[in-house]
Design a protein around this ligand. Structure first.
Ligand code: 9MR
Length: 350
């Protein structure tokens, strides 16, 4: 009799426990329907660029970020001039804050960017010799990648090294070191964190054409020389007039994949002339849906990142007068048609 009572108590406790745990084991529809949760089911990590000031001052920004995305790219805080403003001084404070936020929320970090022609301090441009330029770039890469070893999942090691003409861009790095700076940068980054995935990242080479040919040739030659490159980031800053053909993007993703490289869509936005018409917003939604579907369908494409998520903090109006409304959420964090289109791409049943 005592034994029976004990068994009944145990069963009651187990039942209570199960009822208590059930909601967290089986999340409600609302929590399943986030971009990142659906993306994960498609084998894709969903990311966004993050504005440091917005993260600091705007609670709604932090909430939507943590809810919808599983990866973040610091929009500016890991660029050369921010991290290494003086030869002997590194400043990791803001970037660390971003990385800690990511850590706390189970979000991965995409490091952006180690070698770029923009946002570099004047003292770098004043290097006196090739050897001095090599030494300072090596020091920068080793220090930064070493600092974030194990915390940054992927690095945009070299950003935008190819000009629109298809030739190597005339940058301070090319002038001071020569074309070898690209391979050197990958080798130093790999030595500093052998587990980080290393990317070449560029814009305007998403589809087929002169620039994408040049990117393909560059990364093929890196692979051929056994330089530790893991993938190519295609930025995807689009307007309704310049969008690449989805089938060209698919061909490009496939040929890069055949080199053994991973592909990431790294900075997608679609700028619209303001005020945005209903027709333009529909066309924009269609582009987000099509490019995400193209990534899902490509074996090489494992990551889809937008350059911010709310129109409140997008870079577009600062750069393109009378353009904006380029992202998935409006200024008040309401999801736009583009957001619904992304959900559709991830779950054709919706
Ligand atoms: O969004 C970034 C903006 O806040 C900066 O002022 C700008 C500086 O050049 O860089 C923007 O981000 C760029 C990214 O780092 C590389 N690809 C193009 C992005 C948009 O210009």
């Amino acid at each position: 009799m005592r034994c029976l009572l004990k068994r009944q108590t145990l069963l009651a406790v187990l039942l209570g426990l199960a009822l208590f745990l059930l909601p967290s084991l089986y999340p409600t529809d609302a929590s399943i329907m986030t971009l990142s949760a659906l993306a994960a089911l498609n084998g894709i990590r969903m990311g966004t660029a993050v504005s440091f000031p917005a993260l600091q001052q705007d609670e709604r920004y932090r909430d939507v970020l943590a809810r919808e995305f599983r990866q973040l790219t610091p929009e500016n805080e890991m660029k050369f001039s921010r991290l290494h403003p003086e030869p002997e001084r590194y400043d990791f404070d803001k970037a660390d804050t971003l990385v800690n936020f990511a850590d706390t929320h189970g979000i991965m970090v995409r490091g952006h960017t180690l070698v770029w022609h923009s946002q570099i301090p004047d003292w770098v441009k004043a290097a006196r010799s090739r050897d001095a330029a090599i030494a300072l770039l090596r020091n920068h890469i080793q220090t930064v990648v070493g600092h974030y070893r194990g915390q940054v999942m992927a690095w945009d090691v070299v950003n935008e090294a190819i000009a629109d003409s298809g030739r190597l861009r005339d940058t301070v790095w090319l002038r001071q070191i020569g074309p070898d700076y690209i391979g050197m940068a990958f080798r130093w980054a790999h030595a500093a964190d052998p587990n980080a995935r290393l990317f070449y990242n560029d814009y305007g080479g998403e589809g087929l054409g002169r620039k994408s040919e040049a990117i393909y040739r560059l990364v093929s030659s890196l692979v051929e020389k056994d330089i530790p490159i893991d993938g190519v980031g295609l930025q995807m800053h689009l307007s309704l007039q310049n969008a690449p053909d989805a089938s060209d993007v698919a061909t490009n993703l496939q040929r890069l994949g055949e080199l053994g490289l991973e592909t990431h869509i790294t900075e997608m936005d679609v700028r619209l002339a303001l005020p945005a018409s209903e027709q333009d917003r529909l066309a924009q939604a269609d582009l987000f849906r099509t490019m995400l579907s193209t990534c899902i369908a490509a074996d090489s494409c494992s990551n889809f990142t937008t350059w911010g998520f709310t129109d409140r903090y997008s870079w577009i109006p600062h750069r393109y007068k009378d353009f904006g409304a380029a992202l998935l959420f409006d200024r008040d964090y309401q999801p736009k048609m583009a957001y619904a289109a992304m959900l559709e791409a991830l779950d054709p049943e919706t």
